[in-house]
Design a protein around this ligand. Structure first.
Ligand code: ZN
Length: 203
């Protein structure tokens, strides 16, 4: 919950809090936690994103796209810290002193993950979940991955870390990671083929 002594995260446009920018350069504080977290499809998200996710996955079901599953939504600073630290320790034997740097390519450090905003969701498909092959690059070429890439904007989501935007976002390509920005902004970003960093720079 926001309190008086807790700094608010950078909101580029006060009329559009869903455009909050979080990346390795612009980080959230340890205390930041959205106040309207709710559950949808088995994950926790901010209320507007939860509603939109539910609509999007219902539409995918009706379109015969198959069983898209939400894998991960809101993550607290502490949870991200734990995931990040665990990754470093797993890489330590191989990378020694370079383990931190290597881990950062694969897992956002705490404060730099937009999962902490409650506006990001990782998606997969039922058959991957059964095989414990949850988040992987093959998702891009599944019926679900292709449908999401072309239709998510209708529900306010954008593919946040596109393959051709790695330099701008500072993150490796993630075909499973979708970010809620609201339908109007999502449509503009989709049509202009720009990532959030580029979109906000134009505003
Ligand atoms: Zn993600």
């Amino acid at each position: 919950m926001p309190t008086q002594d807790q700094p608010e995260p950078k909101v580029v446009n006060k009329n559009a809090p869903e455009l909050i920018l979080v990346n390795k350069k612009v980080r959230l504080t340890r205390e930041y936690e959205p106040s309207d977290l709710t559950k949808a499809r088995g994950v926790t998200l901010r209320a507007p994103a939860a509603l939109a996710l539910d609509k999007m996955l219902s539409a995918a079901g009706e379109a015969g796209i198959g069983d898209i599953r939400a894998v991960s939504g809101y993550r607290s600073y502490a949870t991200q810290d734990a995931v990040h630290s665990a990754k470093i320790e797993r890489l330590r034997p191989e990378y020694k002193d370079g383990a931190e740097l290597e881990a950062e390519k694969l897992v956002a450090p705490p404060g730099a993950s937009e999962h902490q905003t409650g506006l990001a969701v990782d998606l997969s498909i039922a058959s991957y979940m059964e095989r414990d092959y949850v988040l992987n690059y093959d998702f891009a070429d599944t019926k679900a991955g292709r449908w999401l890439k072309e239709n998510s904007w209708r529900y306010g989501f954008v593919l946040r870390y596109a393959e051709e935007k790695e330099a701008q976002t500072g993150f490796s390509y993630e075909p499973w990671h979708y970010r809620y920005v609201g339908a109007e902004h999502a449509q503009s970003m989709y049509e202009a083929k720009v990532c959030l960093e580029e979109y906000l720079a134009e505003k």
